[in-house]
Design a protein around this ligand. Structure first.
Ligand SMILES: NC(=O)c1ccc[n+]([C@@H]2O[C@H](COP(=O)([O-])OP(=O)(O)OC[C@H]3O[C@@H](n4cnc5c(N)ncnc54)[C@H](OP(=O)(O)O)[C@@H]3O)[C@@H](O)[C@H]2O)c1
Length: 320
């Protein structure tokens, strides 16, 4: 099957990242055979950007799928992530990931979370070593070694990025965060754009939890596409890359078919989160189930502007 033409972004490192990637978090760890099949199907359909992580437990399967495809390594953009338990051993962690992936470099290496975790799962506090500044300094060395073509962060806010930027020699190429019309992150996107940091949207189809809303459906019907295509096209048209996960061949094909939306449709999706009850995260990270904290840090420490209950107040993420 012919590869669809997927737009791409040039990162501040000079590397080119396709705007649509295949997300490899399966919702459970170690689902090897499914991951191999999913990534092989994605590559066959034209995907050239793969998002995985040490914590997903599937780097070996991703590497296997790449080898089984006939596609050259140099044509594929691979992102993997440093686990929070590995903040104190950055270089070793990347070496292990490279070994599992079966490659000698990754295109992008992200700090998965700002928090460092101990082996028992307890989080170090923001001022305890290694801080995320210490970890970033170690990551900067990886660029010099050539083992990571670009480095970046994930789950960083304006607050944590501002602190990082004041100590960084290398500006992160990417910040990967949850972003979709229910959690558009307008302020964070603008901050990243102003600082030369590309924003990648995870959970970009909102885990399919609100795609059937009439606002999304009416745009989809107007273009004769699916709701997921509308959500992903909005993500790309606003300047983010998107990394949807799907194991279904038909959905894999849909998800790389990006369309152009009108400025009115873009506007409707930009303000979608302002509809009553719509401004929320679809991931379990922003939840009072964790006591208003996430992996041991409070929302304030993370710089997350979420109100109690895990549901942001409607005006907390204003359209800027
Ligand atoms: N950096 C981080 O901390 C972080 C956190 C979360 C996720 N991520 C990354 O982001 C990726 C995607 O995030 P996600 O899996 O949370 O959310 P998502 O991609 O928004 O949603 C995935 C869910 O939506 C369904 N889906 C996908 N495409 C669809 C379509 N065209 N029509 C209908 N349903 C569709 C999938 O089902 P089927 O598979 O059954 O089709 C799956 O249940 C992950 O795989 C991971 O790589 C990163």
């Amino acid at each position: 099957m012919a590869a669809n033409r997927i737009p791409s972004y040039v990162l501040n490192s000079g590397s080119t990242m396709p705007a649509v990637g295949i997300g490899c978090w399966m919702g459970r760890s170690g689902d090897g055979e499914h991951v191999v099949q999913m990534v092989k199907n994605a590559l066959l359909l034209g995907y050239r950007h793969i998002d995985t992580a040490s914590n997903y437990g599937d780097e070996e399967s991703v590497g296997q799928a790449i080898r089984q495809s006939s596609i050259m390594r140099s044509e594929i953009f691979i992102t993997t992530k440093l686990a929070s338990e590995d903040h104190g051993r950055v270089s070793d962690a990347l070496n292990k990931s490279l070994e599992k992936l079966g490659t000698n470099y990754v295109d992008l290496f992200l700090m998965h979370w700002p928090q460092a975790l101990l082996e028992n799962g307890d989080a170090l506090q923001p001022d305890e070593n290694p801080t995320y500044i210490d970890t970033w300094k170690d990551m900067e060395q990886l660029v010099k070694s050539g083992k990571a073509r670009s480095i970046g962060v994930s789950n960083f806010s304006v607050k944590t990025l501002t602190h990082l930027l004041s100590h960084a020699d290398i500006v992160p190429a990417v910040n990967q965060v949850e972003a979709h019309p229910c959690l558009p992150q307008h302020g964070l996107l603008k901050f990243c754009q102003n600082n030369g940091i590309h924003l990648t949207a995870y959970s970009p189809v909102g885990k399919n939890k609100f795609a059937s809303h009439e606002v999304v459906m009416s745009i989809a019907q107007h273009h004769d596409v699916t709701a997921a295509q509308v959500l992903l096209s909005w993500g790309v048209q606003r300047g983010t890359s998107v990394i949807p996960k799907t194991e279904t061949a038909q959905r894999l094909s849909e998800n790389i078919s990006i369309i152009g939306l009108t400025s009115l449709e873009m506007r409707d999706l930009d303000v979608f989160h302002q509809l009553p009850g719509m401004h929320h995260s679809v991931c379990g990270f922003h939840s009072l189930l964790h006591g208003g904290s996430c992996f041991g840090w409070t929302y304030d420490q993370l710089g997350w502007n979420m109100s109690s209950g895990g549901i942001a107040k409607e005006n907390e993420d204003p359209l800027i």
